[in-house]
Design a binder for this molecule. Sequence first.
Ligand code: NAD
Ligand code: TYD
Length: 367
Amino acid sequence: MSKTLLVTGGAGFIGVNFCNYWLKKYPDDQVIALDILSYAGNRHSLEQAEKNDRFSFVKGDILDQSLVETLLREQKVDDIVHFAAESHVDRSITGPDQFLETNIIGTHSLLKAARQVWLTEQADSTHRFHHVSTDEVYGTLTADDPAFSETTAYQPNSPYSASKAASDHMVRAYHHTYGLDVTTSNCSNNYGPFHFPEKLIPLCIINILSGKPLPIYGDGQQIRDWLYVEDHCRGIDLVLTNGRAGETYNIGGNNEKANIDLVKALCDLVDARFAEQTDLKQRFPDAPASKGQASDSLITYVADRPGHDRRYAVDASKASNELGYEPQESFENALGKTLDWYLDNENWWRTVLDGSYRDWIDEQYGS
Ligand code: NAD
Ligand code: TYD
């Protein structure tokens, strides 16, 4: 049976990948992306989706409850997949207010709209609200701790993760109190195409190509569990389609890497590409590889992030056992695909760099 999905934050990194994934996998479904186009939202990223007549874009705010209610009613939305958020930890440290507004109040506004239209007006509790959350709500691990499971106590440490934790609790409460059909997925660090270049991997790719320093916070030994974005989309699909109402599912890559090792692997990959593809030297003359130097010469240790979580690791065995979730991409292959995407889509990231992103980089790292 065909469906209509409302995808909030559909012009952001994961939202764009999810719209593309869904339109390809479900040829009868309609996808509506709702996005306010904040600094992180980019309409150009939706170019491929916009060619599809089963896709539509609405510029709007998840805090606009009446707009969301109208969409749910008039577009006969079956399910909501909720990505819209402020997502960058460093920004949450310098300016937490927007994180509370978007992530907590915004999520609650969506829940109120879903309750009003689906439960009160339509008396139909079969519609699902899927909430996309993060492993960061669980706090930080030592090297010997077991990975986060769905029963790990919430101990968020940054304003970002605290705001996501609060939103997770509101989603849960709307299920238990009002009977809204909800699911939540808590995922580890994603990477892949359309990733905004304030985050570690795209920042480092672009800085290498531009011959700029690669800022490593603290000692670079912080560990993240990296997952290719398409595997995340597949995981969300499984939870949305087959997950049990009211449940949360962890989604991870089983792929823990220390930041410094990740950045060095990326440097090696770029050097190998420059050795294979001679045109790269003309296109990126400032890259170390164009001057006979190694990319890792750009690695620069900088002041640590305040409250920096040491290690994240995700135990995804619940999603694996119940839903058959397994990441399909190997890290080496997917990191290579990601690098190639940035090499092939120079125009995308140059356009992004022209915008307010530049102000942020200056504020964060100095001009
Ligand atoms: P992103 O910052 O790239 O995109 C967020 C999108 O939300 C942007 O397009 C932005 O314009 C939109 N948005 C912000 N405020 C809005 C509002 N008030 N109304 C409508 N749209 C609004 O983020 P992302 O990396 O794509 O993350 C998407 C979701 O996945 C977030 O909820 C995040 O917490 C979660 N998540 C991300 C990761 C990751 O590694 N990126 C990992 C786990 C979970
Ligand atoms: P990031 O991509 O911001 O994701 P998150 O903070 O949500 O995990 O950062 C990934 C890791 O890389 C994190 O440990 C912080 C570190 N990092 C740096 O060392 N330098 C940087 O310039 C950035 C942006 C991140």
